[in-house]
Design a protein around this ligand. Structure first.
Ligand code: TLP
Length: 343
């Protein structure tokens, strides 16, 4: 199987498995796991933020951030296709008590102008704006990237209005590699950042939440409240440390593979994609007249897995467990599946 459903499907490398087996561990709820402590301080240093917290998932990292930044009954400004709005089980409403204020922006990239229009006036009969969330790269718009000056402008204008900014940086390393900038540079000014070890970086489990020391102290309590306090979790942090060290340097390969795949798809009759817009590891294409679920079934028969998003849209994601030769095989399979149409 060539599994292009997500970059979450990767298996840990040999080095990760060895590091996991040899990890020195302790009870992390007592803050006594030296491997977790090392991962948190390394991530904080890399992002140039005062503190970091290891959390089980990206979803939990985002939810903790929303809980810490907002009061119940406040609004959270987010893009229409953002993960916090679409794919987190409505947790910001169900658990944090926040109301998403959805804004649509080209390619999923919010601007300060669009955000400013969505900020609620502080009247006694409406919900006030408690937080702005950004997503870099933006998953459901095809791995698009925030220009760093846009992030800076949003953060400084939001600060002037007293509104914090949380960055869902599940794939921030992909953005950094594509921009040729550091993760610290592209997230500077954001009050909090979450990023995933378990996506492009290839670790089996885990994300980090970063911010000020006071923010992380509160985040630690909210993590426990959500049942996310973990014990001898250095076995997972050990894989995360290897991921941080070995993976960013190879992400450009995933980006090249995604572009190659997009160019292949662009040349298939009946499929539509703007290959020039594929700049990281995610590509979303239109199956035009073929039903995307039928197309997915045809592809599966040939050993290629993709993720249908709706009746005419399919997502593919490249990662460390697919090589260039797999992409070539996938392009051939895609051509055959498209040629069969709905039959
Ligand atoms: N995204 C997953 C699915 O949930 C869609 C994927 O396959 O892409 N932020 C962003 C931008 C994400 O893409 C994801 C996962 C998360 C947060 C949540 O991470 P996890 O799965 O660790 O909770």
């Amino acid at each position: 199987m060539i599994d292009l459903r997500s970059d979450t499907v990767t298996r840990p490398t040999e080095r990760m498995r060895r590091a996991m087996a040899e990890a020195i561990v302790g009870d992390d709820v007592f803050r006594e796991d030296p491997t977790v402590n090392r991962l948190e301080s390394q991530a904080a240093a890399q992002f140039e933020k005062p503190a970091a917290l290891f959390v089980p998932s990206g979803s939990m990292g985002n939810l903790i951030a929303i809980c810490c930044h907002t009061e119940r009954g406040q609004e959270v400004i987010c893009e229409r296709r953002s993960h916090v709005y679409h794919h987190e089980m409505a947790s910001m409403a169900a658990i944090a008590g926040a109301l998403p204020r959805v804004v649509e922006s080209p390619d999923g990239i919010l601007s300060w102008q669009a955000i400013e229009r969505a900020i609620q006036p502080k009247l006694d009969f409406n919900a006030w704006t408690g937080l702005v969330t950004l997503e870099n790269t933006s998953n459901l718009t095809g791995g698009t990237i925030y220009p760093t000056e846009v992030v800076r402008a949003i953060c400084s204008s939001a600060r002037d209005r007293g509104i914090p900014v949380h960055l869902d940086g599940a794939r921030i390393f992909n953005a950094a590699v594509a921009l040729g900038q550091t993760v610290a540079d592209i997230s500077r000014g954001c009050d909090s950042v979450s990023f995933c070890l378990s996506k492009g970086l290839g670790a089996p489990v885990g994300s980090l939440l970063l911010g000020s020391s006071e923010f992380i102290q509160r985040a630690r309590r909210v993590r426990k409240m959500l049942g996310g306090g973990m014990r001898q979790v250095g076995v997972l942090a050990a894989a995360g440390l290897v991921a941080l060290e070995e993976s960013p340097g190879r992400l450009h390969i995933d980006h090249e593979n995604a572009r190659l795949l997009a160019e292949g798809i662009a040349s298939v009759r009946g499929l539509q994609i703007d290959a020039a817009k594929v700049v990281t590891n995610i590509l979303i294409f239109n199956t035009v007249s073929t039903d995307a679920y039928t197309f997915f079934g045809r592809l599966l028969e040939q050993g290629v897995m993709a993720l249908p998003l709706d009746a005419t849209t399919v997502r593919m994601v490249t990662h460390c467990d697919v090589a260039r030769k797999d992409i070539e095989v996938a392009i051939e399979a895609i051509g055959k599946a498209a040629a069969r149409g709905n039959t």
